[in-house]
Each structure stands twice: as C-alpha cells, then as structure tokens.
Design a protein around this ligand. Structure first.
Ligand code: AMP
Length: 402
C-alpha cells in the first residue's frame, strides 16, 4: 500500500473517520472507517469497520479529545491504528472557508486562526471542525494536516451569481454573499464527467445534482462553478430532507411578528422541521417512497414540491450555461432513487434530454449513463465520494510540502 490518509469529518456531537488509500478505486471500500457518536451524552459509542468486521465500544465520551483517543485505541487494538499503519496525512472536512480559501490548505496555527475567524459565518459547523483539527493535531503532531473546504469550489463564482441584491455596505460588513456548499462533492463528480464524455474538461458545460439529506445543484462551465443553489448558508436552494430550501424571506418576518416565533424557533423550523419532512412527516426518501406507495397524500405532495424545485434549478442552470453537455445525479437520493431521476428529467426532450428507462432503472454502484445513445444532453449517475476526494487532496499537499 502506498499512502494512507486519515479523513475526519467532525460534527458537534460526532466524528466520522476513514482511513483511505487515495489511489484506490472510487467504489472500493475504505481501508477502515468508523464513527464516534453521542459525544457529550451520558452514553457514547465508537464503531469501527475493518477487514469485514465491525467493532464497537460504548462508554461516556465527554468531548472530542476522548472520542478520538477511543477511536485510535479501537483501531490499534484491531491492527489498523497509527501504531500499526503509517498515516501520510490527515484530511479534515471544513464546512466554511468564506472568501479566504479557494483550495485545500496545510493547517498551520495561522490557517487555524483564519478558520476560527470564520466562525460567525458557520457558528454550528466550524467550531466542531476546529475541535476535530485540534484534537487530531495533538494525537498526530508529526503528520501534515490538511483542511478541505466545502465552499472552496465556489470561490471563483462570478460576482453576478455570488452577490445578493441587498445594500452593498451591509453585505460587505457582514460577509453576506453566496458561498455554496457540498463543493467537494460537486467538484469530484464534475471532474469525472469529461472522462465519461471523452472530451477535454475545458469544453464541458454541465449541471451536477447532489441529492442526499442535504441537496444542492451546481452549474459548471469548463471545470469552474458558475452558480450553485446553496447560499450564504446550506439552508438555501433545493428542498431537502428537513431544510426548506428557498423561501420568501418575508416569511421569517411574518413568523416572528405575527406568529410570535423567536429567531431560534424559526431557525429550527426551517432547518430541522421543514423540507420533505415538514410536508410529509418523514425526511428519509425510502420512507417517503413507502408512504407514496400507500397513497399518502402528504407524501405525494412533498415529493411533487421537491421535484418542482429541482426542475426549477435545472432549468435556470440550462439558461445560465447556454449549452449543457451533461447532467449528473449523485448522493443517496441521486444515486438510488430512479423515480426522482425520471421525474426530474421528464418531458425535456425538446431540450435535448432523453432518459433511457431501462438504464435508469438499473441498480449499480458504478458511474453510468442513463440517457439514450442519441440524447444530445448526456445524463449520468456518478457515486460521490467526498472522503476519497479529501484523502487525495491531503496526500497530494502532504507530499508537496515534504
Ligand atoms: P446521503 O445524505 O447522501 O447519505 O443521502 C441520504 C438520503 O438518500 C436519504 O434520504 C435516503 O433515504 C436516501 N436513499 C438512500 N438509499 C436510497 C434508496 N435505495 N432509494 C431511495 N432513497 C435512498
């Protein structure tokens, strides 16, 4: 084995980790993977998957320090920890890079300070990411640590797409602009498309649709993102599992003034109790599909609102790009829900989009085409792999810094 990267995705009460060989094929299992969960709760749990087996430890996990120590102990105990395998680099998912970061960075004290300065833009996410970085740097002080930003891919979006039409002084003072998120996934998938088309990346215009629990659409011209559906926060754009996506901002004032809801209550409503869940009661697409089969009207309505908004974005990006060579579906829903793909692409033959129903219905974990051979716009399903993308960046930067 050449290099192994440890990829960490640190949330407020959990840490997802993977040990990844960056040269492996996208569909291969990671070398090892696991999850530290319920940090700060009375009973925490660490799960490790390695060599076809799953190992679990349960104990109180007061903080991220203890959590990562426990994960490393479990990995060492089963022969895949830093005591046994050589880790070339640690890649950290960092949600918000603001306008400071356009690409991954080796983490120094200065870079960490800059990530800390961005906390006001991502008060829920960046502190947890920073926590993970600090803990991992303590445990692995001699290994390069690399930050990979969710926003990086959107750093060079044209101002017309990035700016909101609000008072420019207020916007500048408070960092209000479209940053975009899921960038690592959109970039990973969009880089694969020119290969599938057999054309140079500079020539390819494409739309990528990351449809998971969170969901976003991105328009990419010649490898560069020119627009994306998430905004200053990941609440904007498409309808998601529990997030509303785009709504009239006047609704917030109305809920506050007329319904007497506090800002925190509205935040919770729009982030956790809206989207598909808000209309149907369930946020998981498999559960939604089951309800639809039982002819549940709310589920049907939630699905239709979801598809309507998705098509709205696809249409607007077709106009923004002028010519579209490929549309790609990825993430949990995009990779698995053939009905979502079929309904999102239905009746668009006049726009050069022709889906092959048999190809679309086929289940596979591989990147594949689901349009007809004569479809002018190619439609693909390409499984995303953010951990592999982060591992590749981490090892590349670590090797360059040596
Ligand atoms: P992600 O955030 O990418 O993990 O995606 C999670 C979403 O993908 C959830 O809404 C799941 O219900 C959905 N999903 C996963 N597998 C399937 C499947 N086989 N059919 C439909 N939806 C699925």
């Amino acid at each position: 084995m050449s290099d192994l990267a440890l990829v960490l995705n640190s949330g407020s009460s959990s840490i997802k980790f993977q040990l990844v060989d960056p040269e492996r094929h996208a569909t291969d299992e990671p070398f090892a993977s696991g999850l530290v969960e319920q940090i700060g709760e009375p009973e925490g749990r660490v799960t490790l998957k390695y060599a076809g087996e799953t190992h679990t430890t349960t104990a109180p996990i007061p903080d991220h320090n203890v959590g990562l120590d426990m994960a490393f102990e479990l990995m060492n105990e089963h022969g895949c920890g830093p005591a046994e395998v050589e880790i070339t680099a640690v890649g950290h998912r960092v949600v918000h890079g603001g306008i400071l970061f356009s690409s991954p960075e080796i983490i120094t004290d200065e870079i960490l300070g800059m990530i800390r300065d961005l906390i006001p833009l991502a008060p829920l996410h960046n502190p947890a990411n920073i926590n993970g970085i600090e803990v991992a740097r303590r445990i692995l002080p001699d290994v390069p640590h690399v930050a990979v930003f969710d926003t990086g891919f959107y750093h060079s979006m044209p101002p017309a797409a990035a700016l909101y039409a609000i008072n420019k002084d207020v916007a500048a003072e408070h960092g209000i602009r479209r940053y975009g998120f899921h960038g690592t996934s959109h970039e990973y998938v969009s880089r694969h498309v020119p290969e599938m088309l057999g054309r140079p990346a500079e020539e390819v215009n494409q739309i990528t649709l990351h449809l998971g629990n969170g969901a976003s659409a991105t328009a990419v011209r010649g490898g560069r993102a020119i627009d994306t559906s998430m905004g200053m926060t990941p609440l904007a754009g498409l309808v998601m599992g529990t997030r509303s996506g785009d709504i009239d901002p006047g609704i917030v004032f109305h809920l506050h003034r007329s319904a007497g809801m506090s800002i925190d209550e509205i935040d919770r409503l729009l982030n956790r109790d809206s989207g598909v869940k808000g209309i149907s009661g369930v946020n998981d697409f498999r559960a939604l599909g089951e309800l639809i089969e039982e002819h549940n009207e709310d589920a049907f309505l939630a699905y239709n609102v979801y598809i309507h908004q998705l098509r709205r974005y696809i249409g607007s990006y077709m106009i923004a790009l002028g010519r579209v060579d490929a549309i790609t579906f990825t993430a949990g829903v995009g990779e698995n829900a053939a009905n979502v793909r079929a309904d999102a692409m239905a009746n668009l033959e006049n726009f050069g989009i022709r889906i092959d129903p048999e190809r679309n219905a086929e289940r596979s974990s591989l990147a594949r085409e689901i349009s007809t051979d004569d479809s002018p716009v190619k439609v693909f399903v390409i499984p995303t792999n953010e951990e592999l993308a982060i591992a590749r960046y981490a090892v590349e930067l670590a090797n360059r810094s040596r």
